[in-house]
Design a protein around this ligand. Sequence first.
Ligand SMILES: NC(=O)C1=CN([C@@H]2O[C@H](COP(=O)(O)OP(=O)(O)OC[C@H]3O[C@@H](n4cnc5c(N)ncnc54)[C@H](OP(=O)(O)O)[C@@H]3O)[C@@H](O)[C@H]2O)C=CC1
Ligand SMILES: O=C(O)C1=N[C@H](C(=O)O)C[C@H](O)C1
Length: 249
Amino acid sequence: MKIALLGYGKMGRIIEKIAISRKHEIVLTIDHDNLHDLTAENLQKADAVIEFTTPASVLDNIEHCFNAGVPIVVGTTGWYDKIPEIKKQCEQDGNTLLYASNFSVGVNIFFHVNRLLAKVMNKYPYYDVQVEEIHHTQKLDAPSGTGITIAEGIIENLDSKSEWVNVLTTDDKNDDETVADNQLLIESMRIDSVPGTHTVIYDSEVDMIEFKHTAHNRNGFALGAVLAAEWIHDKKGFYSVEAMFDFNS
Ligand SMILES: NC(=O)C1=CN([C@@H]2O[C@H](COP(=O)(O)OP(=O)(O)OC[C@H]3O[C@@H](n4cnc5c(N)ncnc54)[C@H](OP(=O)(O)O)[C@@H]3O)[C@@H](O)[C@H]2O)C=CC1
Ligand SMILES: O=C(O)C1=N[C@H](C(=O)O)C[C@H](O)C1
């Protein structure tokens, strides 16, 4: 398969290696220094695009791929308030996009079990729940996309929570934020070069249940993104990565 990479940072570089190891060809690589090469003609050389850039550039990149008629796999986080608009554009105009807040197999198993656990915890209302996420200090967005997906999985299945709120603990002005009973706290921490750690904590007066995923490196994210490009390149429409993993079947 021919793949175009939008973003050649920490993720773009690992995705390139994994794609080549799976016998794909990288036909275009776009980063900040060669944005002039981001043309429909160049994008159309690829069977699929893999996009890992920044929250500020992802929407323009999606538009470029839609205009060029090339399927896009989006790994960038921090744009999810625009999902309804993008989904509509896919459905109306026959565009193709697959996104994931986290492409790793382990995290997608975690997402699935997190939903099941939240359902179980409905029977035990004396446990309160919160989500913690830890990432490297270069991360631009908070909470993490993965943290949001985990929180949404809890809110959809646990009757006591109806919205999430975020506290970035390095941000002093948020330290005193109070959390209402119906709110699910996502606590974000930025520490050194941590690739991504997510924990769901159910706490009661007598004990605590911790459900945790720790990424040891970025290889799992990158492999998942390449698998997604392989899965989507001949499809049409708007997909989340859940459709690819399909744990319910
Ligand atoms: N879904 C998932 O599984 C995962 C998602 N992510 C997400 O992916 C995104 C990228 O992560 P990561 O690779 O670690 O970040 P990096 O900052 O290492 O890389 C992003 C790259 O994109 C470049 N860039 C900026 N603007 C553009 C543009 N308009 N077009 C093309 N390239 C551009 C940056 O250049 P410059 O530095 O010069 O600005 C940089 O090289 C983040 O949003 C992160 O949260 C990360 C890991 C896993
Ligand atoms: O920025 C990162 O590094 C990561 N971002 C994704 C997120 O926001 O959840 C996925 C992973 O945790 C790494």
